[in-house]
Design a protein around this ligand. Structure first.
Ligand code: UD1
Length: 417
């Protein structure tokens, strides 16, 4: 299994290209299931999760081709097998995003239940509640959600909590439903908006994506489209956090600063000097960051997917930071590994108190999930000596060319086979 070896020290200097967003690409790939005409995508990141999703679509009968880096062409005209098997869903929870499109297009679907994961229980009850309200019959048998529906009916759905993939699944189901669907308490994440834009390009009628009430008027069929996936705001935030911790001066290219308000605010509060234009973000940091408190919340609040990276910044900050995690019940696994690097962190329930130390010390640590792994990389960059991160397949799921991008900024990072 590959490991990442990082020799800490030194500021980061240079430019990084931001990749397409993993969490927008995954639902958009599933949107291809809704049409029998090709969907041509660009700015799709080269990631393990993207390959897994394409493999899942292929085994359903979707044809795919990738002519050049970042482009994917999907043709679901031969969609024949609306099944998502356990082997694939197990490795990637986002596979559940095929459920809505499959029921809408095929009138049936069989999708393995995703089960728990390292960061918490993560149930899918809201996805099922919404699809049932639209008229789908769903039974759970042998670990699979088996669904049938002649044609889904538009209706009003009030979600119990804000769920990103839940909103996306129901939006994709509703675009081919009979009549109007109103999704209330919908997720406002930029990735939901990106999916909606792609669906509209395919001929869907959607109003309100990005607000908490989304109105979808069903159409009888969707067509093909060409669409460019939005920049990855979490990848962007991860590099910004790395500079906040390690110091230096970095320009991020092909970014979308408009999707990062909460993250940029916290970085500024920590002492970073940041300026933005339409597609670039410049960050400059010197000395230790100042401690900042934060609480994760649905968009536009501070993203849970940035919490771990900020814990690494807090670990070397001047002062004490209080970090509250309100989205997932078990998302502090990285704290234990950061402690192995010398961080001073105490945890009570969903709150972590981090007393910043001057310097971390390199050690052998283990990645437990995607964003936890990113936090260990940041910590490794500011630790004395060598940090070895085990199980970096988590990083390969979500960060395109991580070593190359960090090396270009002057970091000493090496993949050990
Ligand atoms: C998505 C993101 C993930 C991010 C998360 C929160 C993708 C592929 N993944 O995950 O990176 O960390 O949003 O921003 O986009 N919940 C239920 N019942 C449901 C659905 C969700 O109880 O039916 C709960 C979850 O357990 C969690 C909260 O709602 O506590 C939010 O989860 P949700 O927004 O659904 O996360 P994902 O969409 O899985």
């Amino acid at each position: 299994m590959d490991k990442l070896k990082i020799t800490g020290g030194g500021p980061l200097e240079g430019e990084v290209h931001v990749s397409g967003a993993k969490n927008a690409a995954l639902p958009i790939l599933c949107a291809a299931l809704l049409a029998d005409r090709p969907l041509e995508l660009t700015n799709v990141p080269e990631l393990m999760d993207v390959r897994t999703m394409i493999r899942l679509l292929n085994q359903m009968g979707v044809r795919s081709s990738r002519d050049q880096p970042g482009s994917v062409r999907l043709d679901a005209s031969g969609l024949a097998n609306p099944v998502a098997p356990y082997e694939l869903v197990r490795t990637m929870r986002a596979s559940v995003l095929v459920l809505g499109p499959l029921i809408a297009r095929c009138g049936k679907a069989s999708v393995s239940l995703p089960g728990g994961c390292a960061i918490g229980q993560r149930p899918v009850d809201q996805h099922l509640k919404g699809l049932q309200a639209m008229g789908a019959e769903i039974s759970i048998e042998h670990g699979y959600m088996n669904a049938t529906a002649k044609r889904l009916r538009g209706t009003r759905i009030v979600m119990d909590m804000v769920t990103v993939t839940g909103t996306e699944n129901l939006m994709m189901a509703a675009v081919l439903a009979d009549g109007i669907t109103i999704l209330e308490n919908a997720a406002r994440e930029p990735e939901v908006v990106d999916l909606a834009r792609c669906l509209v390009a395919m001929g869907a009628k959607i109003d309100g994506a990005g607000r908490d009430v989304i109105r979808i008027e069903g159409v009888s069929s969707l067509g093909g489209a060409s669409y460019a996936v939005m920049p990855d705001r979490i990848e962007t935030g991860t590099y910004l956090a790395a500079v906040a911790a390690a110091g230096g001066r970095v320009r991020l290219l092909d970014a979308d600063p408009g999707t990062l308000d909460a993250t940029l605010d916290k970085l500024r509060e920590s002492g970073a000097r940041i300026s933005t234009s339409d597609r670039t973000i410049d960050i400059e940091c010197s000395g230790r960051p100042r401690a900042v408190n934060l609480k994760t919340a649905p968009y536009p609040g501070f993203p849970t997917d940035m919490q771990a990276q900020f814990m690494s910044v807090s670990a070397v900050a001047n002062g004490t930071s209080v970090i509250s995690e309100t989205i997932f019940e078990n998302r502090f696994m990285h704290a234990l590994e950061l402690q192995r690097l010398g961080a001073n962190i105490s945890i009570q329930g969903n709150t972590a108190v981090v007393i910043g130390v001057e310097r971390l010390q390199g050690a052998h640590v283990m990645a437990t999930d995607l964003r936890a792994s990113a936090s260990l990389v940041i910590a490794g960059l500011v630790a004395n000596g060598e940090t070895v991160i085990d199980r970096i397949y988590h990083l390969d799921r979500g960060y395109e060319s991580l070593e190359a991008k960090l090396s270009a900024l002057g970091a000493r990072v090496e993949r050990v086979k």
